[in-house]
Design a binder for this molecule. Sequence first.
Ligand code: DP6
Length: 329
Amino acid sequence: MKATALAHPNIALVKYWGKRDDALILPHQSSLSLTLSPLSVRTTVAFGEGADDEVEINGQVARGSERTRVLRVLDAVRAEAGGRPGPAKMVSRGDFPAAAGLASSAAGFAALAVAARAAAGLPADARASSLLSRLGSGSACRSVEGGFCEWMRGERPDGTDSYAVQRFDAKHWPELRMVVAILNRDEKEVKSRDGMKGAVDTSPYYPAWVRDAEEEVVRSREIIARKDLQALGELCERNAWRMHATSLAADPPLCYLLPKTLELIHSLKEQRRKGIPVWFTLDAGPNPVLLTDAAHEVAAEALARACGAIEVVRCVPGGDASLLTEHLF
Ligand code: DP6
């Protein structure tokens, strides 16, 4: 009744930004991401331990909404396993640089889903794990498999057709690089969950965002198939700008960019003129992720540092979430 899984985070090339169902975490539009190695989270789950569920994340007892989100996933596993597994103990640990400003929740919930299903004796099933991890955090459903994963928005009100599938595996484009530039480590004032809700509820640009993102997912698939770095870079940049534009136009307006973010972003054009193929994407925070290739990752890191990055993490396409034989307790 004990299992451990490892999963990598992912960075969206076409972002998920807004829910049509807050409780089931169902998105308004599809999204597409790349799973990132070497960053990872390990999670051990054991059922039938203790009197009540115990949840520990990075050495701290989880409380409040963090605990509630984990219990939602564990409860769904218990229900699928016919209510047999009793109270659970879960311990999760990420190897992310301390407070790097990178969200580890996607990797954490993907590892939790895979470990909890195995601990409950349920068969390994990527679709089931993707559906399950989505209940913890939407973007987590794209971290169950490696390479390029597409979260299909689905149509059904119960969410059973809203999960991610792998479009290309990690070996498809091994020269691709994502360079995370940490410009600021402060905890952001508005979490993704609240930021996207503000955009859905109040941004006049929101319907246009949904239409556009759905079309960009289809285009991104075709661009990734032919490994066209320039076309993917351009798509990533415009999709990030459009996501941020929905929130800039929300009421109250929401701006995640800092002066240094803009400085780095603006410097990329000049780099490209010099022949360095580098583009950016930006999640709900101030830290850009630079898209480039293996031959230019050192130049991309140098650029990030020159623009004030306090930490830089160079990533390559990552693999599937997997079960490990060594446990955390
Ligand atoms: C900007 O998946 O963290 O990173 O579903 O509310 O837990 P919840 O949100 P979350 O949001 C991710 C938003 C994003 C874009 C993306 O990863 O697609």
